[in-house]
Design a protein around this ligand. Structure first.
Ligand code: 13P
Length: 287
């Protein structure tokens, strides 16, 4: 059964560790993440962006796949199925389809509009026992080849959104989606500290987990981060392992073209990445 992310994140904040959100793209991704979380006895959050939702044929398909897999693989650790960077309409669709957690990313709206829409979703998710992530201060990243610097959120605005009753809050602290540029100045711990002081027990979310050095991850957890999102790193690991398989000509040997063989090294690479992150975030044996 899918669960809301509330309990696992409350425990993480109290216990000074973080739960990983790993984004999924297909069956192999989902299976690799679920099996690794189970093997490590860790709670886990499966992230689905709106684009990945379309790619996987809609939110209902995903709910069916994940629920079926939890049963079929005998997964007993807590699993939340979460919409990543959702629009208001996307969040409503996921709630309808059976997701157990949603993010509404209203960071590009003026703060008043972000508050209004987040408030409405606090009411709707509250009635259904679904967790809700909100965002203040947009997270940078590569768009059409232009790499934007990560914004730093205003701690007072973070408090306004946290006080609406959301489950967890994503705040920009100089983090960026995708690979970090060589001249990236690092996370702004000053901003994170100020946000944590304003928002107290609220679990904070660190997006753009790919490529953040381990010491910065640990410091962010010390300063109140309880959920860390990782996407690109699994994609890079999968692509590199698949490339190696094909470049070694293994798809041309015997039945090496069978997708169950062709995709196996990539799946193993995702598992290794997820294992490393669970270790680093400290959520092993916290299921
Ligand atoms: P990365 O792709 O940089 O790991 O970021 C993932 C993320 O924050 C998803 O919301």
């Amino acid at each position: 059964m899918l669960v809301s992310a509330k309990e696992m994140l409350t425990k993480a904040k109290e216990g000074h560790y973080a739960v990983g959100q790993f984004n999924i793209n297909n069956l192999e991704w989902t299976k690799a993440i679920l099996q690794t979380a189970q093997e490590m006895n860790s709670p886990v959050i499966l992230g689905v962006s709106e684009g990945a939702g379309k790619y996987m044929c809609g939110y209902k398909t995903i709910v069916g796949m994940v629920e079926g897999m939890i049963e079929g693989l005998g997964i007993t650790v807590p699993v939340a199925l979460h919409l990543d960077h959702g629009s208001y309409e996307g969040a409503l669709k996921c709630i309808e389809a059976g997701f157990s957690s949603v993010m509404f990313d209203g960071s590009h709206y003026p703060i008043e509009e972000n508050i209004e829409k987040t408030k409405e979703l606090v009411r709707i998710t509250g009635e259904k026992g679904i967790s809700l992530e909100a965002e203040v201060g947009s997270i940078g990243g590569e768009e059409d080849g232009v790499i934007g610097a990560g914004e730093c959120a205003d701690p007072a605005e973070c408090k306004m959104i946290a006080d609406l009753g959301v489950t967890m809050l994503a705040a920009g602290i100089g983090n960026i989606h995708g690979k970090y540029p060589a001249n990236w100045p690092g996370l702004s711990f000053e901003t994170l500290d100020a946000i944590q002081q304003q928002t107290g027990a609220m679990p904070l979310v660190l997006h753009g987990g790919t490529g953040i050095p381990a010491d910065m991850i640990k410091k962010a957890i010390d300063l109140g981060v309880s959920k860390i999102n990782v996407n690109t790193e699994c994609q890079l690991a999968f692509a590199a392992a698949t490339r190696e398989y094909v470049e070694a000509g293994k798809d041309l040997q015997g039945k090496g073209f069978d997708p169950r063989k062709l995709l196996a090294p990539g799946v193993e690479a995702i598992k290794t990445t997820v294992r490393e992150k669970i270790e680093l975030f400290g959520s092993a044996n916290k299921a």
